[in-house]
Design a protein around this ligand. Structure first.
Ligand code: ZN
Length: 284
């Protein structure tokens, strides 16, 4: 299944430009919001029986008009230094256990957006994003995928000056400017992917490849992150997990590259889709 968010309503994307409204097509059983679907994820999957259960008139769908697949999570987690070569380019050793911060939810946006550049040095971090379906509390890694509703593409846009200000890093604030968490184009359920742990991931800046890796390069893959988090917190339906970025960010380059007004960034993950961001000057 491909679940999108159009105007705050859950849509099942059934063709490249066509979707069904979940509430209408299920006779009011599920939805109308994406969060309402995640809150009853197991029931929804059972009802759908693999995606063929819905019928009815389709409506136009486009990434441009879509919001983030999980727009109102109660918790947002992001992982630092989860790819060995990204840790190295950042000047750190690979961590012995996952490092978490948050992106505040007011930074969320849909997959196609304009982002106003704040003062400082704004960088890109293309990331696989996992959305929680069934709640998870102290789950084993072998069971963790069953708690994931699906995967989407995320950009962990990061302003490096604020991120590194002070005696200890404050990742969360420097990564939460308005528009700094685009996600989409929709949520893809893991059963749609032949190998959900091994997807090509990358981005292009003004047509030039900047990141190119595979999600199988993660130090802590999705099941390990879910299991590790769930030893401490209860993961709730709709919770969003940014799983870390591969190498090739602007800060790690020589010379360093940061986003400038007019830049166009395309981020993509195999089997899921693309994000398109255009960057604007402050006040522009
Ligand atoms: Zn990141």
């Amino acid at each position: 299944m491909r679940i999108a968010n159009l105007g705050g309503r859950a849509k099942l994307v059934v063709a490249p430009e066509a979707a069904l409204d979940v509430e209408s097509a299920t006779g009011g059983r599920f939805g109308p919001s994406p969060q309402a679907v995640y809150d009853r994820w197991d029931d929804f999957v059972a009802f759908m029986g693999g995606g063929d259960a819905l019928d009815g008139p389709t409506e136009p769908w486009s990434a441009e008009r879509s919001g983030p697949p999980s727009p109102t999570p109660r918790q947002v987690f992001a992982v630092a230094l989860n790819y060995r070569d990204h840790a190295a380019e950042s000047g750190f050793e690979a961590p012995p256990s996952p490092l978490f911060f948050t992106k505040f939810v007011s930074a969320f946006s849909g997959p196609v957006s304009d982002v106003v550049l704040p003062d400082g040095k704004v960088d890109w971090e293309t990331e696989l994003v996992a959305v929680v379906g069934r709640a998870a509390r102290r789950v084993d890694p072998t069971q963790a995928w069953s708690h994931v509703a699906g995967l989407t593409v995320g950009q962990d846009l990061s302003e490096r000056v604020l991120q590194r200000r002070g005696p200890a890093p404050q990742y969360s604030l420097g990564k939460s400017h308005e528009g700094f968490a685009p996600q989409g184009p929709f949520l893809v359920t893991p059963d749609e992917l032949a190998a959900p742990d091994d997807l090509a991931i990358g981005c292009e800046l003004n047509g030039t490849p900047m990141q190119s890796a595979r999600t199988s390069d993660m130090i802590f893959p999705v099941p390990d992150l879910i299991s590790y988090l769930s030893q401490v917190v209860t993961l709730l339906p709709g919770d969003v997990i940014f799983t870390g970025t591969p190498p090739g960010v602007g800060m790690g380059r020589d010379p360093q590259v940061f986003l400038r007004p007019g830049d166009r960034l395309v981020s993509r993950i195999e089997g899921i889709g693309e994000l398109h961001q255009t960057f604007l000057a402050t006040g522009g």
